[in-house]
Structure formats: structure tokens, C-alpha cells
Design a binder for this molecule. Sequence first.
Ligand SMILES: Nc1nc2c(ncn2[C@@H]2O[C@H](COP(=O)(O)OP(=O)(O)OP(=O)(O)O)[C@@H](O)[C@H]2O)c(=O)[nH]1
Ligand SMILES: [Zn+2]
Length: 199
Amino acid sequence: MNIRWGRRNLNREKIKQAVRDLLEAIGEDTQREGLLETPERVTKAYAEIFSGLNHQPEDFTDYKIFHVEDDPEMVIVQRIPFYSVCEHHLLPFFGYANVAYVPKDGRVIGISKIPRLVEFASKRPGMQEKVTAQIASELTRILEPNGVAVSISARHMCMEMRGINRTNLFTYTSKFTGRFKTDAELKQDFLRQTENKIV
Ligand SMILES: Nc1nc2c(ncn2[C@@H]2O[C@H](COP(=O)(O)OP(=O)(O)OP(=O)(O)O)[C@@H](O)[C@H]2O)c(=O)[nH]1
Ligand SMILES: [Zn+2]
């Protein structure tokens, strides 16, 4: 993803100082060789992993709309990998997303734009529920389809490497709108098609 905008908004000096302070606070020697460049590295890493913050998806790519004559019943992009950071502990959560929509009046979107949207929604401190809902609401805003379905399965490092300390727990979230809410067969079709595609 193009992270130009995210970088521009970062206060690089403040991040570097905060990382130095944090290292000192945990009892590290900030002058030892391995840590000398760490504040700069963390700043670069944060520019990437928080690049979706305070932006519109359109800041990163053009979600241009195409027209097809004969609408497909639905379009699904399956098993889209993503990485995010939980807003409670600033530890990673990551997994897979499935995203589907029912086109309206022949309007479709370039399929690469769906993983781009997942990336945009996950590149900020957040919660799995918020990533799920944001993918659905942004896709709805951009395309005004007849319905959207999003499912995410993810592992949360704050449950695995600390706290409750349970390895390999998968959390599942989903969001259905429009036709996916009213048409049980369509929803079943989505669930059948995406079964085993997210763990
Ligand atoms: N619903 C939801 N909860 C999350 C997500 N990521 C982390 N959490 C949870 O956020 C909660 C924060 O709870 P707190 O009790 O404030 O924090 P804590 O004392 O560190 O909690 P423990 O993790 O249980 O030790 C924890 O239960 C986490 O498991 C997420 O994406 N969605
Ligand atoms: Zn957490």
C-alpha cells in the first residue's frame, strides 16, 4: 500500500522520543548497539501499520466503478490476509477476511480494491468488530450495492502471548447488510462458499 499520506501525518520526533522513553522505562540501555536505531525503525514501522488512521480509503487508491450488463448474483473475495493492532494493548491481531457484495444496477468494483479496503480498515489501532464493520460500511459507501457480507477470523496476540495465554484461539466476527439479511439462501451460499476459508 502507498503509505505517503500516513507518513506525512506522523509526528516522527515524538514517536522516536516515546520509544526511547519506553525502552528506558522497562530498564533497557538505549545506547546499546542493537537498540540505537530502534526508535527510527519503530517510527518507520508505525508509519506502515497505522497508515489507515485519519484518512479516507480514496487517499490510497481510486475505487473506480465499472459497469456490467448482466449482474452476477454476488461477488466474493475470499481469504484475504490482514494484520492489525488491538487498541487495548497495541499488540497484533491477524487473520483472514472474506468480503462479498451483491451488485446493484450492474455496478462493480475492481477486485483488487477489496483487499485494499481490508488493508485500509486494519491499518490503525482497533478491534476486530470495528474492522469488520468498517469494511462493510466503506464498501457500502463506495459502491451502494444491494448487500454486503464480511466475515473475519483472527488470532489476537494479547490473548496468546500474555493475559489469558491461550494459543491458537480464533475469534470470528461477521456483518451482513441488505440482501444478505433478508435472503437466507444467499447468506447460506456466502457461508458455504467461505467455509474453511478463514482459519
Ligand atoms: N471485543 C474485542 N475485544 C478485544 C479485541 N482485542 C482485544 N480485546 C479484549 O479487550 C479486553 C480489554 O480488557 P481489559 O480488562 O481492559 O484489559 P486487560 O486487563 O489487559 O485484560 P486481559 O486481556 O483479560 O488480561 C480484553 O478482554 C481483550 O481480550 C477485539 O478486537 N475485540
Ligand atoms: Zn488486546
